[in-house]
Design a binder for this molecule. Sequence first.
Ligand code: ADP
Ligand code: MG
Length: 451
Amino acid sequence: MNNLDLFKAAMGELETTLSGAVFKTFFSTLSFGKAEGRKMEIVAPSDYVADQINKRFLIFLKNSIDRLGKESIDITFRVEKKEVQTITEGLPLFTSVEKVKQTDSTNNTQLSQKYTFETFIVGPSNRLAHAIATTVAENPGKMYNPFFLYAGVGLGKTHLIQAIGNRILKNQPKAKVVYATAESFMNELIETIQEGRNKNYTANKFRDKFRKADLLLIDDIQFIAGRGEATQEEFFHTFNALYMSQKQIVLTSDRPPKELNKLDARITSRFASGVVADMQNPDSETRAAILREKRNVLKEEIPNEVVDFIAINFESNIRELEGMFLQIVTGAKAEGVQITKEYAAKIIGHVLKEPPKVNINDILKTVCTYYNIKITDLKGKSRVKEFVVPRQISMYLLKDLTQTPFMVIGDILGGRDHTTIMHGNQKIENNLKENPKIKQDVLNIKRAMRL
Ligand code: ADP
Ligand code: MG
């Protein structure tokens, strides 16, 4: 790829990953200047644009260019003033330096001390997310707000979002940091509403907690998609209240904002107005680095060659990798044998050979949770798309993972004919090749079942 093409490819990529407003305001005004060796010069229409990109968005640009060009490239800007400028369109720019409010309230943040940046290993699969997270932690509310982080199960979302909270508390011990899973947000809201009914309380306690936060961390936001209106409404107002007062908000999810289809569009468009980053499965070098870190925490003598052997031979998400590592270490201790490559191979071999422990109910439940529908919808007669797709995916997964006969699957799914099941199964098999969204959904559902 020549350098001009590289520049264009990077722009194309940024257009799909950054929010429309950011792309339009800053990136659409850039043009390619020149390139030499590992240096690229990009032309910006004003000092302002060059400055903003340098400060806020260079990591995105560099991430795309380095990855597409397969090497690290130094990017510089040359300003060539344009006659007409049309780039003032509505982005909130947090240039005013606001003092962090010192609140007296005690911090009951439910952050785990073990989830810090110090113990988070960075590799190609999470570099961008990590860079944004550290920037957010050092400049809350100013550069990337909201920060929306998505990744599959066990890839470090909770670790990274809590690391942000821990770092901010370290820098500003009195900051009011609120961490909650979307599920606990909803449960607390419901409790507040019930208390209110019984004792004539208002929702003040709940609102004090969430709307007065200096930093709000909400984990697994996909959970509130498809939940009751009250939850979504309350979340929307919480979000707005904090956003308007330039408080940092960080959200995690198992999928990107545009795929949270059961969430009110007012909310998803707010998510996309900040920055969005994902994390992928780690490569074997990153897995090895992570295991070495876990070994340090365990303070166990385990040879590097064993650690690396596990990292290379056990491809999985990080949570399972850790589980496997612990299983090997504790297994060897219990048996009173040395932790060797051979021992690790034996344990990994056993685990890989075991048939996946998944039953029919797990599959149905996981599909329903993932799509936020009820089991009765899955088994029911309605043919609206939001039920048909999950239903067909259930047909496929039941066949693929449990080898249940089509006829039986038909019975399980509300007494359907076996030809219907065959058709649904075939449809998903085809979609897996042609439809990236379905492919991703199936992958996510399997991951959620730890497969
Ligand atoms: P998620 O919330 O995405 O499901 P978690 O944050 O719970 O995943 O991560 C699962 C486990 O993997 C945790 O023990 C976490 O500490 C560990 N982990 C994930 N990513 C990393 C990383 N980059 N470096 C070190 N440990 C990690
Ligand atoms: Mg998590």
